[in-house]
Design a protein. Structure first.
Length: 332
């Protein structure tokens, strides 16, 4: 599951190209009738997670910044459940007027290969903008006997199926990431799914599991000296935890797991509406409050415009299928 490395546009030539392209786009006289009057009422973003989490906080910071740029309120509507597919299912059936968007997450691309769904990711949506991806990693308690990832793998090889790893849901990116690592190392971990990140942390601290595959929500425990990362799954080492090795540094070439996401509307959005939304959210990504929300969650901005995001979605869907095939979770 080798997600593409994130591209941070906050500094360097990438930022200059982005800003220059944006100014040129704003100056060009190609604003259509739909864009001239859009939006005339609030725009809703369906977020398929519960309120209060790091994703919700990041999306609300983005929505508030986009509100100032669109001149209409951008609302965040939480719809957890359905394995993260409820937003995609709703927006696929929504009127293509630009007023209903969804956070397009990796599970919404994965689950159609595992069960019948009411939408087709490559047919039923209009990509608007790609935003970011998550910080993931594997951690153990600070008093555990495993000091390194190599120690952990060696123990799992000696005791097949007995070294337990908690995750926040079966067939989620964290679960599949550990399955991929087990496949590459020819070892079998005991995967223990929970209903959310908080439960996995409680299980780790209580000694009910040996390790947890989790996001940066575990970071405070690491900072407090109660847990430590054995590896992290981003493309580069973390500024916050520079001692934690990446999967690529550990020898897994090309393996970057961030479960990236962006915003999509229904199929058939007018190009002028897409451009209006894209420019507003692109500028909102650079708003200081949104940048701070990303930094709190140890996430990195990964900007892609509508065309690049559409191509990225095609690659992502193909990659999810290939991963499920390799893990023998679907048949070719």
């Amino acid at each position: 599951m080798a997600d593409q490395p994130c591209r941070d546009f906050r500094s360097g030539p990438g930022r200059r190209r982005l800003l220059g392209g944006g100014l040129a786009a704003l100056a060009m006289p190609r604003i259509g009738r739909a864009e001239a009057g859009f939006p005339r009422r609030p725009v809703s973003i369906i977020v398929p997670f519960t309120p209060g989490g790091s994703t919700d906080q990041q999306m609300r910071a983005l929505a508030e910044a986009a509100t100032r740029r669109l001149g209409q309120t951008v609302l965040v509507e939480n719809r957890p459940g359905g394995g993260g597919t409820l937003g995609a299912a709703a927006v696929a059936k929504a009127k293509p007027d630009g007023y209903t968007l969804t956070q397009m997450i990796t599970p919404a691309m994965r689950l159609p290969f595992l069960q019948p769904m009411s939408y087709d990711v490559l047919r039923d949506f209009t990509p608007v903008i790609h935003l970011t991806g998550y910080f993931f990693g594997l951690a153990v308690r600070a008093d555990s006997p495993w000091k390194t990832w190599q120690d952990f793998v060696a123990d799992a090889r000696r005791r097949p199926g007995q070294v337990s790893v908690a995750n926040s849901g079966a067939i989620g990116s964290l679960h599949l990431g550990m399955l991929e690592l087990g496949l590459r190392e020819s070892v079998q971990f005991n995967h223990v799914p929970f209903r959310g990140e908080a439960e996995t942390i409680s299980a780790l601290l209580g000694g009910h599991v040996d390790a947890v595959a989790n996001s940066a929500v575990l970071g405070q425990l690491v900072d407090d000296g109660r847990a430590r990362w054995l590896n992290i799954w981003t493309a580069q080492r973390s500024r916050r935890w520079p001692e934690a090795p990446t999967l690529q540094e550990l020898g897994y070439e090309g393996l970057v797991i961030t479960s990236p996401y962006g915003l999509c509307g229904p199929a058939g959005l007018e190009p002028a509406v897409v451009e209006r939304l894209h420019l507003a959210f692109r500028d909102a990504m650079q708003d200081p409050a949104h940048v701070a929300a990303l930094e709190r969650a140890d996430m990195v901005a990964d900007y892609r415009g509508p065309d690049d995001y559409a191509a990225f979605l095609r690659r992502s869907v193909a990659r999810e299928r290939d991963l499920l095939l390799r893990l023998n979770l679907i048949q070719g």
